[in-house]
Design a protein around this ligand. Structure first.
Ligand SMILES: Nc1ncnc2c1ncn2[C@@H]1O[C@H](COP(=O)(O)OP(=O)(O)OP(=O)(O)O)[C@@H](O)[C@H]1O
Length: 339
């Protein structure tokens, strides 16, 4: 079976995954024989398409200078008498959720977890700079690239993302009494409390994700499904900061990030550099080899030689940081981390 747009015809191959609102397939572009992923959503009466948000965000990110953590939107269209919409995007490898669950002990090493989380933080920072919050940060919504992009961790699934900054750069009004949106296990406490989600909430979710990926103990609510019980357990974690990362050597550094995040309010700006530095300290203080390959390399995903990824980032003081040598951020200024 194939689908056609004004640009090309795509032959549908196998399924790559099912999500809450649609399916994702591997497709081959007929004329170029290139592989892509096709995300499909069925039209439903009186419901706006979640794919519209996905298209909007991928277009915004395409125009941004630092689009590295986002897939390229290749094409889009409808089929079956406009009963379905689809987008054609770059095809990726497994998600972090799949990678974690592929081999015992169903955990990432601390060095892989800390490396991965830095890229996820960059991805969050980039959409936040566009005034957008993701609102569903979890291991299933980050996936590694393929071939020469296999060291990049991509942010996916923008179905419930929201722009919270208007065209004039003003933060939208803070709302309360909202419906729960997202994934209970990784949602921020604010989300459970039915309040509006800001940039800091994505990072709170990122910290829950890090705990899920590297802590043997796991999230305190890992066996709970009741959203209200999970909320109560998060309240306890907030009042006992160290408890979340307890058992990890880098508990102190990660708890400092958690402590910083939960003190922020909806409209507060985030100090991404502070978070990066704490993460770097977590590696440095506990001898984590930040240049080691990801856990899954060599044995799970076959690909070409490690490709070096080199990205410059700048902080507010115009200091240059270099993301180099595989996926790892080696902040040149790491060398001058004060305190
Ligand atoms: N570009 C891609 N390349 C390969 N696989 C992908 C790609 N995008 C998504 N997938 C796979 O398809 C699955 C569903 O995708 P996605 O999360 O975007 O859909 P969703 O309907 O919004 O999901 P959910 O309800 O779980 O949030 C993902 O878990 C992932 O494994």
């Amino acid at each position: 079976m194939g689908v056609k747009t004004a640009k090309a015809t795509y032959i549908i191959q196998n399924s790559l995954g099912e999500g809450g609102f649609g399916s994702v397939y591997e497709v081959i572009q007929k004329n170029t024989k290139k592989k892509f992923a096709m995300k499909v959503e069925k039209h439903q009466k009186n419901k706006h398409l979640l794919l519209q948000m996905e298209v909007y965000i991928l277009n915004v990110m395409e125009e941004s200078e630092k689009r590295i953590w986002f897939t390229k939107l290749v094409d889009k269209g409808c089929y079956a008498n406009d009963g379905y919409s689809f987008i054609i995007i770059e095809i990726l490898g497994p998600s972090l959720y799949e990678l974690k669950n592929r081999s015992a002990p169903f955990l990432f090493s601390t060095s892989t977890g800390l490396s991965v989380i830095q890229q996820c933080l960059f991805a969050c920072e980039q959409i936040h700079h566009q005034g957008i919050v993701h609102r569903d940060i979890k291991p299933g919504n980050f996936a590694c690239g393929l071939n020469d992009r296999k060291n990049i961790i991509f942010m996916i699934d923008f179905g419930i993302a929201r722009r919270i900054v208007d065209g004039n750069g003003k933060m939208k009004e803070f709302r309360t009494g909202l419906a729960f949106k997202g994934t209970p296990k990784f949602a921020s406490l604010t989300c459970h409390q039915r309040n509006d989600i800001g940039f800091k909430d994505d990072i709170e979710s990122l910290l829950y994700m890090l705990c899920d990926l590297i802590s043997r103990k796991g999230l305190p609510w890992k066996n709970e499904y009741d959203e209200q019980i999970i909320m109560k357990m998060k309240e306890i974690a907030w009042s006992d900061i160290g408890s979340l990362f307890n058992g990890l050597e880098c508990c102190k550094e990660l708890s400092d990030i958690f402590n910083y995040i939960i003190r922020l309010k909806y409209s507060d700006d985030l100090d991404y550099l502070f978070i990066s530095k704490q993460r770097i300290l977590a590696c440095k203080n506990h001898g984590e080899d930040i240049t080691a390959p990801f856990d899954w390399e060599n044995n799970i995903i076959n690909g070409s030689e490690n490709n070096k990824l080199s990205i410059d980032i700048e902080d507010g003081n115009d200091q240059k940081y270099l993301l180099s040598d595989r996926q790892e951020l080696i902040i040149i200024k790491l060398l001058i981390i004060k305190n």
